[in-house]
Ligand binder design. Structure first.
Ligand code: FPP
Length: 255
């Protein structure tokens, strides 16, 4: 992996960064190439982002790689993405493991081919003990699915007599959500110019700072990420308190 390039402006790096990697298709179409070419190029930006997070000491990175709605895309594009995921798992896992990256897949994995599921589980098992960076890859993921899934798991725990229905509150329900036990997402970035969350981490983004940029995903590099982190540094995070309270130093995060 490449060497560091520090920016003096970033005084407060986020602990947990979540990214909607949008714009691969447009990037390719502008070059009169098939959309799958854009997804392949997108992998380079993904690698650069992982390197960047390792360098900056960011503890967790959550990437939206394939939404539960992406199955609606043309069969050819879905097929190309599945091939890309398979190849990436073959090619990248060992190197990421060597850099201490823990890989987690979040989402309903049961919809993928047995081969892909097996490789995803293998990657998770292999990297489970790593601590340099937690890379969550959201596949067949939707924020509504995540919340409904947590509610179902809570209902099952009630049915087994393990918890009382009356004890279900935000903290308890969060145990069954994806990213449970991880640092809260504090910076969300969406590339590609759309101003939407698109059913990504609906619950987990409650207190995240949202940054939307026009850059298409394959064009993302360390300089673009530095700009986003600088923007994060400039934001005042109040977590429901007043600005005066935050300035006085009593502003403790609730997220
Ligand atoms: C959104 O761009 C991107 C995706 C649906 C796929 C993201 C996949 C990658 C970055 C490839 C590498 C990923 C892994 C985990 C190996 P879009 O197709 O919606 O672009 P558009 O908005 O320009 O059409």
């Amino acid at each position: 992996m490449s060497s560091p390039s520090a920016s003096a402006d970033i005084v407060r790096a986020p602990q947990h960064l979540a990214i909607v990697m949008d714009g691969n298709g447009r990037w390719a179409e502008r070059r009169h190439r098939p959309r799958s070419f854009g997804h392949r190029e997108g992998q380079k930006a993904l690698r650069a982002t992982l390197e960047y997070c390792l360098r900056r000491g960011i503890k967790a990175l959550t990437l939206f790689a394939f939404s539960s709605e992406n199955w609606r895309r043309p069969e050819e594009e879905v097929g190309a993405l599945m091939q890309l995921f398979l190849k990436a798992l073959d090619r990248e896992v060992d190197e990421l493991h060597g850099h201490g990256v823990r890989i987690e897949f979040i989402g309903d994995l049961s919809a993928f081919s047995p081969e892909l599921q097996a490789r995803m589980h293998k990657a998770m098992e292999k990297t489970r003990a790593n601590t340099a960076l937690l890379a969550n890859v959201a596949v067949n993921y939707g924020g509504r699915w995540d919340i409904a899934n947590a509610a179902r798991l809570a209902a099952e725990a009630v049915a087994r007599g393990e918890i009382e229905a009356a004890s279900i509150n935000e903290n308890l329900l969060a145990r069954w959500l994806a990213l449970s036990g991880q640092p809260p997402v504090d910076l969300f970035i969406r590339t590609g110019g759309e101003l939407r969350i698109s059913n990504f981490l609906l619950w987990q983004l409650a207190y995240a700072e949202l940054v939307f940029i026009d850059t298409l995903w394959p064009d993302v590099d360390a300089a673009v990420l530095d700009d986003c982190l600088n923007e994060f540094t400039r934001r005042e995070r109040r977590f429901g308190q007043t600005s005066a309270q935050v300035v006085a130093g009593s502003g403790q995060g609730v997220a």
